[in-house]
Design a protein around this ligand. Structure first.
Ligand SMILES: Cc1ncc(COP(=O)(O)O)c(C=O)c1O
Length: 390
């Protein structure tokens, strides 16, 4: 009766079982994976709701791209970052995840290949699967910093994929796309007649802004480029469910893409009038929220570094930005065993690297958005446990 694409293994994994077990026993969990800003001290005040008090929302004025005033606000966001885009290039969506679906439906047929970085964001497998796509992963290399090695990536990138995804910066590696990597990706797209999809949800969270990273892919016009972002990270408002895609490219391709996307968007008309009218004010919130979040990220990164310095068995991988840190633990056990062990014996929740498709064991992922006391205590317990390994 059901489609093969929904034939998921729905049984809880060992980590979820362990969490459930602790809840049943009334035992606390120090959650070092919390990355929901509305649960770790960055919830907006009630005044944000005033953004919705707008009589214009009483009128239904469907626009496939989303209301012009809202798209102009998105243009303003890019202009402040030195990138010029016009409202015609923008489509509003309910979340970045939906923007992926628009991009995939525009570019790929069932069974087509999409190239994704590895390791990366776990939802990609589901987004690709729900759109009947085959995932081909191109590896990111780590050698004191994360990068795309052209020689290694080339054989994956030449595999006939019609879309290449870059995540800028990537979750969880925190690595931005450097200008040389962008040039390589553009060349790969040109060779394969593929489009570039750039996910920039964490772009504003650089530890050293203005470094080697590309400023925004929204300016890339050499190949068809779809740049995705949204309010969940930019304004720390995931509950608003508002994202967008910005389309750019050579004029002919751009024209076709805009025309077709308009039909996709017109089919759903996803973004409600109250949300679209509120968007300018919701985007404005980024100015107050981002400095506070950056401060938390930096302080927590400092805490992690202080902790790992005292333990030869533990280290932290370099990151350029984003909300996560990767810990390297001895590969004496699988990373899932490590995570289950830390939860069972220390009450500390971390994500095993395999959630993000790390190709080998020995990696744990934590969220730097975690409350500072929780992170400090959690790191102390991780240290105590990892320190015992020989
Ligand atoms: C790399 C990346 N892209 C997209 C998203 C999802 O964004 P949204 O909440 O707008 O769907 C996330 C969420 O964590 C993410 O890590």
């Amino acid at each position: 009766m059901f489609a093969a694409r929904t034939d998921w293994l729905l049984a809880p994994n060992r980590l979820s079982q362990q969490i459930e077990e602790r809840r049943r026993q009334g035992l606390a969990v120090l959650d070092l994976t919390e990355s929901n800003p509305t649960r770790c001290g960055f919830e907006a005040g009630k005044e944000i709701l005033q953004a919705f008090d707008d009589p214009r929302s009483l009128v239904y004025e469907p626009d496939p791209r989303g209301l012009l005033r809202a798209r102009e606000a998105v243009c303003g966001y890019y202009a402040e970052r030195g990138t010029s885009v016009n409202p015609e290039q923008i489509f509003l969506t309910t979340s970045t995840s939906e923007a992926y679906s628009y991009a995939f439906r525009l570019l790929l047929d069932p069974g087509d290949k999409v190239l994704l970085p590895q390791p990366s964001y776990p939802l990609f497998d589901f987004l690709a699967g729900l759109n009947d796509l085959e995932v081909v992963s191109y590896p990111l290399q780590y050698d004191r910093k994360w990068s795309i090695d052209p020689e290694i990536a080339e054989k994956f990138l030449g595999s006939g994929a019609k879309a290449i995804v870059v995540v800028h910066p990537n979750n969880p590696t925190g690595s931005y796309i450097a200008s040389s990597e962008l040039a390589f990706m553009v060349a790969c797209c040109q060779q394969n007649q593929a489009a570039l999809i750039a996910d920039e949800v964490f772009a504003d969270y650089a530890f050293e802004p203005g470094g080697r990273q590309v400023s925004s892919h929204a300016a890339v016009a050499d190949v068809l480029t779809l740049t995705l972002s949204g309010l969940s990270k930019i304004s720390a408002l995931p509950q608003m469910k508002l994202g967008w895609l910005v389309v750019n490219g050579p004029p002919k391709l751009l024209g076709v893409a805009l025309g077709r996307l308009e039909v996709i968007a017109d089919t759903y008309l996803s973004v409600s009038a109250p949300l679209a009218h509120a968007l300018p004010k919701l985007l404005e919130r980024s100015k107050a929220a981002q400095p506070k979040i950056m401060e938390r990220l930096r302080r927590n990164l400092g805490r992690v570094d202080q902790a790992v310095r005292s333990c030869p068995n533990l280290s932290r991988l370099e990151t350029e930005g984003g909300w996560y840190a990767i810990l390297k633990v001895p590969a004496t056990a699988s990373d899932e065993d490590w995570a289950v062990d830390l939860l069972a014996n220390e009450g500390v929740l971390v994500h095993p690297g395999h959630f993000y498709d790390f190709p080998e064991d020995g990696y744990l992922v934590i969220s730097l958005l975690t409350g500072e006391e929780i992170l400090e205590e959690g790191m102390a317990r991780i240290l105590a446990r990892v320190g015992k390994t020989r």
